[in-house]
Design a protein around this ligand. Structure first.
Ligand code: NDP
Length: 257
């Protein structure tokens, strides 16, 4: 009974930014659990490479080109997915950018607006477009990728725009959970620590940053993409049927200190 709840057979899922890194690991986790999964990313070549890597593992996933900041395109993709598959059961809002290491007093309008646009606005456009179909169906599960940066201020890198965007994602998650809880749609978030992806690759060459990040983590290491994907999988599944509005930390203990 318990393992059954983690199965996603017959479910349709879409992962934004699903072409690589945390997104691609999430696509694999959901596909392995039985879902029909759609990679939605802005670069078709990278998305198709992600699709091919999963095909080699035996998973047949779809690809759509979608920039989450383009709300008209997001609406179109939601319409297309439901027209093709008849429904949308799971939405993972993973697309995000950081553009870290910029002191607040030097941040340009373009920099601030770009990070907020992808991380917060994009998450909302997707929740609204796909959430409408879930509400009509009376069921659905949305998992937003927040960050421990929505709880704490990272050091030493300055990234006020990113931290604010992720705190916004967390409270958007709770707000939608409250509005949609009685209508069958659950909305949760995962708040990861530093994960080994291209977004964080620069740190390996910077001993000061590495010490601050890894030394500031009780588990003494960064995370791997599959360690976030498995939390997303759990939240997306019926195993988390009582959970909505939860921001689940997967941070190696970073926020304990
Ligand atoms: P990556 O940069 O490795 O992958 C993100 C994917 O999202 C890329 O394929 C990227 O495409 C795509 N993307 C970016 N902008 C858009 C957009 N406007 N529309 C559609 N797709 C887009 O990131 P990570 O896997 O490291 O991060 C994934 C999520 O996890 C993000 O929300 C991030 O903030 C969050 N996170 C990451 C942590 C980490 O340490 N890595 C820690 C905590 C949270 P492209 O390459 O073209 O930009």
């Amino acid at each position: 009974m318990y393992l059954e709840k983690l199965r996603l057979d017959g479910k349709v899922a879409l992962v934004t930014g699903g072409a690589q890194s945390i997104g691609l690991a999430t696509v694999e986790a959901l596909a392995e659990a039985g879902a029909k999964v759609i990679i939605a990313d802005r670069d078709e070549t990278v998305a198709k490479a992600g699709q091919a890597s999963l095909k080699a593992k035996g998973y047949d996933v779809d690809v759509v080109v979608m920039d989450v900041t383009d709300s008209a395109r997001v609406n179109q993709v939601a319409d297309d997915v439901v027209a093709k598959h008849g429904k949308i059961d799971i939405l993972v809002n993973n697309a995000g950018i950081a553009r870290s290491m910029t002191p607040a007093e030097t941040v340009t309008d373009e920099h601030w607006l770009n990070v907020i646009d992808v991380n917060l606005n994009g998450t909302f456009w997707c929740c609204r477009a796909f959430g409408n179909y879930m509400l009509k169906a009376g069921s659905g599960s949305i998992v937003n990728i927040g960050s421990m940066s929505g709880f704490i201020v990272n050091k030493p890198q300055e990234q006020a725009f990113y931290n604010a965007s992720k705190a916004g994602v967390h409270h958007l998650t709770k707000s939608l959970a409250a509005e949609w809880g009685s209508r069958g749609v659950r909305v949760n978030a995962v708040a990861p620590t530093y994960i080994n992806t291209p977004l964080t690759a620069f740190v390996k060459d910077d001993p000061k940053m590495w010490d601050a990040w890894v030394g500031g983590t009780p588990m003494g290491r960064m995370g791997e993409t599959d360690e976030i994907a498995s939390v997303v999988h759990f939240l997306a599944s019926d195993a988390a049927s009582l959970m909505t509005g939860s921001i689940v930390s997967a941070d190696g203990g970073y926020t304990c200190w």
